[in-house]
Design a binder for this molecule. Structure first.
Ligand code: PEP
Ligand code: MG
Length: 589
């Protein structure tokens, strides 16, 4: 008699709510899963010829990619592959692998990996930027050779033929952005944290997801039945019949609450006593406008425009971008659409534009810093946004501003873009509003200096928390320290809002904190004028606001400002939400 497989329960970090049960699809990364195997002396020649074949195949692939990149974006960017080719052609490396095969008698994958890793380690310690970068090239190309040695193609999301749950070591934001939600109905990863852009994309797509599971990618086998509870961060391999029944009931009761909340679609985000805020949505892709409309958000408070760049192999032209921005704005007109200029770097990179590997990418060449150094790329986007602003309600917002100088420089380029358009005879909104994201402590602390240059502030709590508390937002090991209700964060938010109001400009919140329904009364009490949240969270946020009295929000905020610990503030937030909107707490649990 065949035995039922044993249930295995894994705990991670739930980053996108919902429950799904499906078959697992393992997305293997290229360098994992080769086994170590001892070989006999007779096998050495065969291992050498396997390596030679893999090297030849790798060389062919690199030449191929190089010519495609050259055709698409020019010789400079194709240069990276010269460095890769040098690694493949390095005779010393090959000789060392052969020596290793003879002395260690292990399969060539293991020897190659170890030799290449030693090279990379040595390079990464050299005090020379150029040579340090070569370490990444060695690792990159080694992964490719290992993949060719295994003879296995890298399993691709695009090859999915039926709905599945993706299990992976990690997922890049660009991979998540290209997921087809008809086929990928949930995902779980070993790495990751709630405010990584991969997690943000999962919420935007409405796909239940869990990250930070440590070893899910080796515990699940392809085809296993898995259950993902994105609220609790629990993943169950081979769920029992009993478990499935309990989850079935839970899904039913949540569905009921959600359909009640859907009735609020056309209502305003207004408290019981008539205090109204603007509740808009964050989007990453033009298609997300459907979800904005379905969920009853008022426009877009943050369009992460870099995702247009991330989901393709070349840079989008001015014309292409113009059509995207104009179509989004026209569909939402007269509600506002705030386009954030590209925020590349951090955890979002273009595979086809060469940038040096950085030790601390979130503190490196990112967002406005990248744009000011690449004025051609930046001005192309500015011209596209300006043209789309003609007879629509588009606004523009600069990310990761740390000082007034950056705003002045960006505005200067904006003026140049305007004059280019005037000369070319293109119309645009001459009064287009420009705002900045407040997501670096220096910006929050000098909001008074920034205010005279802008029409609004939008607080990006995802980065503000990371930079203020020195907690990497994508590192699951320190995720427990990532606390938006920390007293330092509340002080910075309050300072920004107060200064904004003193200068007569509005202040919104577009980080994930704004979409946490428990924290909404707190942010309202601190004076936030606008909330921009993932489209799927609009109904719960609206429900909380509509059940709130403004005095309750003010009292909560005053108590929170006196609190000494993040947990104390969180408890106050949970208590109030439980009192005014218990259905929301039920949905979140
Ligand atoms: C933020 O930092 O809070 C934000 C909204 O921007 P992103 O998450 O894209 O960095
Ligand atoms: Mg940010």
């Amino acid at each position: 008699m065949s035995k039922e497989p044993q249930e295995i329960v894994l705990q991670g970090i739930g980053v996108s709510p919902g429950i799904v049960i499906s078959e697992a699809f393992l997305l293997t990364s290229v360098d994992d899963r080769y086994v170590e195997r001892e070989i006999s002396e007779d096998e050495i020649p065969r291992e050498i010829s396997r390596l030679e074949e893999a090297l030849a195949q790798t060389r062919g692939q690199l030449h191929d990619i190089q010519s495609k990149v050259k055709a698409a974006i020019g010789q400079d960017n194709a240069g990276i592959f010269d460095a890769h080719l040098l690694v493949v052609e390095d005779r010393a490396l090959l000789d060392e692998v052969i020596r290793g095969l003879k002395s260690r008698r292990l399969n060539v994958e293991v020897i190659l990996h170890d030799v290449a890793e030693r090279y990379a380690e040595a390079l990464s310690k050299i005090e020379d930027d150029y040579l340090r970068e070569r370490a990444a090239d060695v690792r990159d190309v080694t992964r490719r050779i290992l993949r060719n040695l295994s003879g296995r193609a890298h399993s691709e999301i695009s090859s999915l033929s039926k709905p599945c749950v993706i299990i992976a070591n990690d997922l890049a934001p660009s991979e998540t952005a290209t997921m087809d939600k008809e086929r990928v109905i949930g995902f779980a990863t070993d790495l990751g944290s709630p405010t990584s852009h991969t997690a943000i994309m999962a919420r935007a797509l409405g796909i239940p997801a869990i990250v930070g599971l440590h070893d899910v990618s080796v515990r699940v086998s392809a085809g296993d039945a898995v259950l993902i509870d994105g609220n609790k961060g629990v993943l169950i391999i081979h769920p029992s019949a009993d478990r499935l029944e309990r989850y079935g009931q839970l899904v039913e009761s949540r569905r009921h609450i959600q359909s009640e909340l859907a009735r609020l679609k056309d209502e305003d985000a207004e408290t019981q006593d008539g205090y109204r805020v603007l509740l808009s949505a964050n989007i990453e892709r033009p298609d997300d406008v459907d979800a904005v409309l379905e969920n009853g958000a008022r426009g877009v408070g943050l369009f992460r425009s870099e995702f247009i760049y991330l989901t393709r192999e070349d840079l989008p032209s001015e014309e292409e971008q113009y059509h995207v921005y104009r179509d989004v704005a026209q569909r939402l007109d007269p509600d506002p659409v705030i386009i954030r200029t590209i925020d590349l770097g951090g955890d979002k990179f273009l595979s086809h534009v060469r940038t040096a590997k950085e030790m601390n990418p979130f503190m490196g060449w990112r967002a406005i810093r990248f744009c000011l150094a690449q004025p051609d790329i930046f001005k192309t986007q500015l011209r596209a946004i300006l043209r789309a602003s003609q007879s629509t309600n588009i606004r523009i917002m600069y990310p990761m501003v740390s000082s007034v100088d950056e705003v002045v420089s960006a505005n200067r380029l904006l003026e140049e873009a305007k004059s280019d358009l005037r000369q070319a005879g293109h119309a645009f909104n001459e009064d287009l509003e420009v705002g900045v994201m407040i997501e670096i402590p220096s910006a929050a602390l000098t909001a008074n200096l920034l205010a005279p240059h802008v029409a609004f502030f939008s607080i990006g709590t995802n980065d503000l928390v990371q930079y203020t508390l020195a907690v990497d937002r994508v590192n699951e090991r320190v995720a427990y320290l990532y606390e938006p209700t920390h007293p330092a964060i509340l002080k910075l938010i309050k300072n920004t809002i107060d200064i904004g109001h003193q200068h007569g400009i509005w202040t919104g919140i577009c980080g994930e904190m704004a979409g946490n329904p428990m924290m909404v009364p707190l942010l309202m009490g601190l004076g936030a004028d606008e909330f921009s949240v993932s489209p799927s969270l609009v109904p719960v946020v609206k429900d909380v606001i509509r059940n709130l009295h403004y005095a309750q929000a003010e009292t909560l905020a005053a108590k929170a400002m006196q609190s000494v610990s993040p947990k104390e503030v969180l408890d106050l937030c949970r208590e109030l939400t439980q009192e005014i909107a218990p259905e929301v707490i039920e949905l979140m649990n």
